[in-house]
Ligand binder design. Structure first.
Ligand SMILES: Nc1ncnc2c1ncn2[C@@H]1O[C@H](COP(=O)(O)OP(=O)(O)OP(=O)(O)O)[C@@H](O)[C@H]1O
Ligand SMILES: [Mg+2]
Length: 227
C-alpha cells in the first residue's frame, strides 16, 4: 500500500461551549499522498479551520486518528507533537501571525532555531535566501508593523518553508489581502511549493485558487461531501 503523508480516519471534534457539546466534525476520512495538493472548501462554520488544526497536530480530535508521515499523532505527547511540527510542518495563517517584536529576518529564523538546525550561519543564509525569493531582500530588517499586509504574508511564506517542511498547511492565506496582492502571494506559494515538492493542504474560499490544486475536498456541516 502506498504510504500516505496524511491519513485521517473517522476524525470527529466536539467542543464544549456553555456546558453544551457542539459537534463540529463528524467522522472525517481523508488521505493525502506525498506531493499532492488539495483544497478544503465549504461554507463558513463548516469546520475547515478545525480540520486543518487537527490534521496539523495543533489540536487533538475527540475521536478518530490522524497520522502524518506514518506517525500516529496520538502516540506523541504535547512536546513531542510540537517537535514533530517544527521538523515536518509549515503553516500559513490568514492573519499572518508574525512575531511583532522580531524583524522579517528574525521571524524566518524562528523555526530553524526551534528545530535546532541547520547550523547558525546556514540558518542566516537560508532565511535571507527565502526572503529574497519572495521579493523582500530589501526588507530584512523591517518589523511587521513596517510592512504591508502582502509583505507580511510573504514573510510568513518564507517562514513556513524555512525548515523544508514535508507538509504545508495554509488557512485562507489570501483572505486578508486585496485580489492583486493575493494573486502574488499565491504565485509565490505555488512556486515555493513546486520547487520543494511539498504536500499542500489549503483552505480557501477562492475557487480560482482551489482549481489550482490537484483535488478539492468539500465540507458541509462538519462532513466531507465529496469534491
Ligand atoms: N474552540 C472552539 N470552541 C467552541 N466552538 C468552536 C471552537 N472553534 C470553532 N468552533 C465552532 O466550530 C464551527 C467550525 O468552526 P471553523 O472555524 O472550523 O469553521 P470554518 O469552516 O473554518 O469557517 P470560516 O470559513 O468562517 O473560517 C463553528 O461553528 C465554530 O463556532
Ligand atoms: Mg476558518
Amino acid at each position: 500500500m502506498r504510504l500516505m503523508v496524511i491519513s485521517a480516519r473517522k476524525v470527529s471534534q466536539t467542543y464544549r461551549s456553555g456546558g453544551q457539546p457542539l459537534a463540529v466534525l463528524h467522522d472525517v476520512d481523508l488521505a493525502v499522498a506525498g506531493g499532492e495538493s488539495i483544497a478544503i472548501v465549504g461554507p463558513s462554520g463548516s469546520g475547515k479551520t478545525t480540520l486543518l488544526g487537527l490534521l496539523a497536530g495543533l489540536d487533538r480530535p475527540s475521536h478518530g486518528q490522524v497520522a502524518l508521515l506514518g506517525t500516529d499523532l496520538a502516540t506523541l505527547d504535547e512536546d513531542a507533537r510540537a517537535a514533530f511540527r517544527a521538523r515536518h510542518i509549515g503553516f500559513v495563517f490568514q492573519s499572518f501571525q508574525l512575531i511583532p517584536t522580531l524583524t522579517a529576518l528574525e521571524n524566518v529564523l524562528v523555526p530553524m532555531e526551534l528545530a535546532g538546525r541547520p547550523a547558525p550561519p546556514e540558518r542566516h543564509a537560508r532565511a535571507t535566501d527565502l526572503l529574497c525569493r519572495v521579493g523582500l531582500g530589501d526588507r530584512l530588517g523591517h518589523y511587521p508593523a513596517q510592512l504591508s499586509g502582502g509583505e507580511q504574508q510573504r514573510v510568513a511564506l518564507a517562514r513556513a518553508f524555512a525548515n523544508e517542511p514535508s507538509i504545508l498547511f495554509a488557512d485562507e492565506p489570501t483572505g486578508n489581502l486585496d485580489s492583486d496582492t493575493g494573486a502574488l502571494v499565491i504565485e509565490l506559494l505555488m512556486r515555493l511549493n513546486a520547487e520543494a515538492g511539498t504536500t499542500l493542504v489549503l483552505v480557501t474560499h477562492d475557487l480560482e485558487l482551489a482549481d489550482r490544486t490537484g483535488r478539492r475536498v468539500r465540507l458541509a456541516a462538519g462532513r466531507v461531501i465529496g469534491s
